[in-house]
Design a protein around this ligand. Structure first.
Ligand code: HEM
Length: 435
């Protein structure tokens, strides 16, 4: 058992209390520009690392491994038991190959675009027709239905929207184990695991026949390295990992509403681009804005791995068996890697196609998507977020300035109101709160 002194030195409580401010708090203990700082997490020694050097260390499989590094309350509630996130080595690469085929292949990404266009057009029409909904709520529906159709999941629009809301709540509740929202997330997880497993069984029994190439088809027929089908529940977990994170992009959409509200000139430029192209998807300026949202908005703050050997970076060490923790947020806003890192400036991404080559740009993890744990859904997320930004820039809409404050102690967070959106000429409900 850990001694009372060790418990006092542990930083876990500080992480829970400080939320997204935790990383900056730790760096105050180190020299300016340091790449590594020691701390204690969950009763063990750990090394907090950042920047290109930190990314290289964190993704070096000869020095780190993943299995069991993520606290169980996150792994089980958010990703699901036995998911790809927790695998290492050949087993990881084998499972990951199916994710890459299904999510990362350009043909599959292109297949999502018409669904995004259709679902977002519906939400835009509802706003223009007088609807009053937050950008976040609209995105949960639009992105949820688009990705479920794309994944081959059957159901009416209403049923898909309901499942999307459950999935959004899982993402909302996983990081607050001290609150009732966490219990609700566990209940939604249980319901979703059962429903996803039923879909997998239905495909295997021949009562459902999703198109080849869809996530539902791929996970129903994915075989492990011994040639066996995955148990239905595990296949259902990976099916959810192929669409739930797209619903989580709604959190970025809420941040986009905030940044667009504060930058009318960008809204005008993106609206002009959308009008000229005659499409809500794939605009260059909307995409640059999406990239800057990904760089700056607090979502995944850090990632943990085990030190497989004694590890040293920038003069700091952690012994084998401790944790190496990559500071995602601190790397995306590192003064040694970025010019004016705290300025929100989408211009820095205009004309940048190969964002994966920017080693210190890691909102979706770093290194190589095929061989490492880098997110296979990054292209899908960018496409979904850029389409949302094009919609929110429509001049017929107004984004309210109310409720755009962000509680950076809660993980995950978003602007409080989710970004209220209404028709531009709609009267404001309250004369004292015109936004
Ligand atoms: C809100 C946007 C998203 C963010 C911020 C995000 C971020 C991340 C991060 C940080 C990782 C872990 C990287 C690592 O462990 O090294 C990851 C992994 C993963 N993401 Fe995403 N992601 C997003 C969207 C998506 C989408 C849209 C999908 C699929 C539709 C997706 C599917 C996955 C999967 C399956 C993994 C596990 C990969 C592995 O362990 O090999 N993500 N993501």
């Amino acid at each position: 058992m850990a001694s009372p002194l060790a418990l006092l030195r542990d930083d876990s409580l500080s992480l829970l209390v400080r939320g997204y401010g935790f990383g900056a708090h730790l760096w105050r203990r180190a020299d300016r520009g340091a790449r590594a700082v020691p701390f204690r997490l969950l009763g063990r020694e750990a090394l907090f690392v950042r920047g290109e050097e930190g990314v290289a260390l964190f993704y070096d499989e000869s020095r780190t491994r993943r299995h069991g590094a993520m606290p169980a309350f996150i792994q089980e509630s958010l990703f699901g038991h036995g998911s790809v996130h927790s695998l290492d080595g050949d087993e990881h690469r084998h499972r990951k190959a199916t994710f890459v085929d299904v999510l990362y292949d350009d043909v599959e990404v292109a297949r999502l675009l018409p669904e995004l266009e259709r679902q977002w057009q519906g939400e835009l029409d509802a706003w223009v027709g007088g609807g009053d909904r937050s950008a976040y709520d609209a995105a949960v529906g639009a992105l949820g239905r688009a990705i479920m159709r794309w994944a081959g999941i059957p159901g009416t629009a209403a049923a898909q929207t309901r499942w999307a809301k459950r999935q959004a709540q899982i993402v909302d509740g996983f990081g607050v184990p001290y609150s009732p929202e966490f219990l609700l997330a566990l209940a939604n997880r249980r319901w979703s695991d059962r429903h996803a497993a039923e879909l997998i069984d239905a495909v295997r029994e021949g009562t459902l026949d999703p198109a080849e190439g869809t996530a539902l088809h791929a996970w129903a027929w994915h075989r492990d390295r011994s040639g066996d089908l995955l148990p239905a529940k595990r296949a259902g977990v990976e099916l959810q990992n192929s669409f739930r994170p797209m619903i989580a992009v709604s959190r970025f959409v809420a941040f986009a509403a905030k940044e667009l509200h504060d930058r009318p000139e960008w809204r005008e430029r993106i609206a002009a681009e959308t009008a000229e192209r005659g499409s809500l998807v794939g605009g260059e300026l909307a995409t640059a804005f999406a990239q800057e949202i990904r760089r700056t908005a607090p979502f995944v703050p850090m990632l943990p791995a085990w030190a497989e050997t004694d590890v040293e970076l920038d003069g700091q060490r952690v012994a084998k068996g401790g944790r190496v923790v990559l500071d995602i947020l601190g790397t995306d806003t590192d003064t040694r890697e970025w010019e004016r890192p705290s300025a929100f400036d989408p211009e820095r991404f205009v004309g940048v196609d190969d964002y994966e080559a920017i080693r210190a740009f890691v909102p979706h993890g770093g290194a190589d998507v095929r061989t490492g744990h880098r997110c296979p859904g990054e292209k899908l997320a960018i496409a979904g977020l850029a389409a949302s930004i094009a919609v929110l820039s429509d001049p017929r809409l107004r984004i309210s300035g109310r409720g755009l404050d962000v509680n950076r102690r809660r993980m995950p967070t978003k602007p409080r109101s989710g970004g209220r959106v209404r028709r531009a000429d709609a009267p404001s409900g309250c004369p004292f709160h015109r936004g």
